[in-house]
Design a protein around this ligand. Structure first.
Ligand code: AMP
Ligand code: GLY
Length: 421
């Protein structure tokens, strides 16, 4: 088989690596890919949002399966474009990707189908939102309706901050049209857990749990980022939590989408908060998590291509998804200054060591080739991942491996997975 993966971050590197282990696959392409992915796949210079070009490439090169890693092309309808040409593609259609693409849609869905989540209101005018804030309780949470690179969520401690937030999202349009509509919701507290799942329209199969560290600095201080590290499994995802979510969240979400005429095929990523009152859905994503994928897929036993195909064909009920009884930790190496101002183009050294060691992975996020060298090309540069028999071992291994790599301005958090013990 020939497989095309769309995207170019650490998540796609982890997906490409997993696909490369499939017995069914002879050749992998990745658009646009990055310097690390280039070791396993032929990188193609087409952007993830160039939907027609991607489909033309797949047609011309007789690609048997395309896997979409990123949210933007999914929400823009890349799956519909591929299907119109009769091409096989893994991911939700546009009318189902809205589960991630519109927070107002997903909140209304949860309310209608009684799926546990925070209480909320939706606003399409700043005036109405400001009036609501007069009597709201604080802290409160403001969310831009549309995609905003994970940065459209504002936790506001008091009315002044919330008024400023409404101005940013709705009047100043900091995230463009994503803020034309906003959700204002109840502030919840508890542990966060990420749960990824495969879905074939009817059946849902849960993967192992993970946890992301979103803040830039140690002890969860600093700005929100795309994710500074992850660990899997989450010890807080107990059998009791699993049972609750299976009963009230996972299958109910899949059935709700089908009932709405929006059959979901692909990945549903459940962002959960484990509150005192039980698990609640914080958000849905319609794709693999980044950097959750970097710790989940190295632990997965299945041939992932068989699972992708079962999702497309509606035969997921026949597949048993299995994970190793071990753990993984991913520490992101970022450029000093991320997520604000940082430099690019710094030479990175030390990759050789990863090729020699089993159970250590260096997933590339923001890298590229320049004059025969690999240089930094983004805020998040690499996801250094290690597997171990338990989280303590995986964590020690991952931090050891961060020392193998060097580049000017190398920055990381030192407490990824530390909360576990
Ligand atoms: P989201 O993109 O919706 O997952 O939100 C980003 C982050 O904001 C989450 O991972 C939480 O840390 C936080 N957050 C979102 N919604 C809430 C809420 N209702 N209460 C408390 N924190 C929240
Ligand atoms: N790690 C969070 C996300 O992928 O949205």
């Amino acid at each position: 088989m020939k497989v095309l993966v769309v995207g170019g971050g650490g998540r796609e590197h982890a997906i490409v690596r997993k696909i490369s282990q499939s017995k069914k696959v002879d050749k992998i392409y990745c658009a646009p890919g990055n310097a690390g992915i280039a070791e396993l796949a032929e990188c193609v210079n087409i952007g993830a949002m160039e939907l027609d070009k991607l489909a033309e490439f797949a047609e011309k090169n007789q690609i048997d399966l395309t896997v979409i890693g990123m949210d933007d092309p999914l929400c823009a309808g890349v799956v519909d474009v591929f299907e119109a040409k009769g091409l096989r593609v893994f991911g939700p259609r546009k009318n189902a990707a809205i589960l991630e693409g519109s927070k107002a849609f997903s909140k209304d869905l949860m309310k209608k189908y009684d799926i546990p989540t925070a209480a909320y209101e939706v606003f399409t005018s700043a005036e109405d939102a400001l009036r609501y804030l007069e009597t709201a309780s604080y802290p409160t949470v403001l969310k831009a309706d549309g995609l905003a690179l994970g940065k459209g969520v504002l936790i506001c401690m008091n009315k002044e901050e919330a008024v400023e937030g409404v101005k940013e999202l709705m009047t100043d349009k900091k995230f463009g049209t994503a803020g034309d509509r906003i959700v204002i919701e109840e502030f919840m507290t508890g542990r966060e857990v990420s749960v990824l799942s495969f879905v074939d329209g009817k059946t849902i199969k849960i993967m192992t749990s993970a946890q992301d560290h979103k803040r830039a600095k140690d002890n969860d201080e600093g700005l929100n980022t795309g994710g500074m590290g992850t660990f899997s499994p989450s010890p807080f995802y107990t059998a009791e939590v699993d049972e609750f979510c299976k009963k009230y969240i996972y299958q109910k979400t899949v059935d709700a989408m089908a009932s709405e005429g929006r059959e979901f095929k692909g990945i549903i990523f459940f962002g959960l908060m484990l509150t005192e009152k039980g698990p609640r859905v914080l958000e849905y994503n319609a794709r693999f998590g980044d950097p959750e994928t970097q710790v989940v897929l190295p632990r997965m036993k299945n041939d992932i291509v068989e699972v992708f195909e079962a999702c497309i064909d509606g035969t997921l009920d026949k597949i048993d998804i299995q994970f190793e009884d071990n753990a993984a930790v991913c520490v992101v190496l970022a450029s000093e200054g991320y997520p604000e101002h940082y430099e690019k183009g710094k030479e990175i050294t030390g990759f050789e060591r990863f090729a020699k060691e089993e159970n250590y992975f260096c997933f590339h996020a923001g890298t590229k080739f320049q004059d025969g060298k690999i240089v930094t090309n983004g805020g998040r540069v690499l996801g250094i991942t290690a597997v171990g028999k338990d989280l303590f071992e995986a964590r020690a291994n991952a931090y050891k491996a961060t020392e193998w790599i060097d580049f000017e301005g190398k920055y990381m958090r030192h407490d990824i997975g530390k909360a576990i013990g």
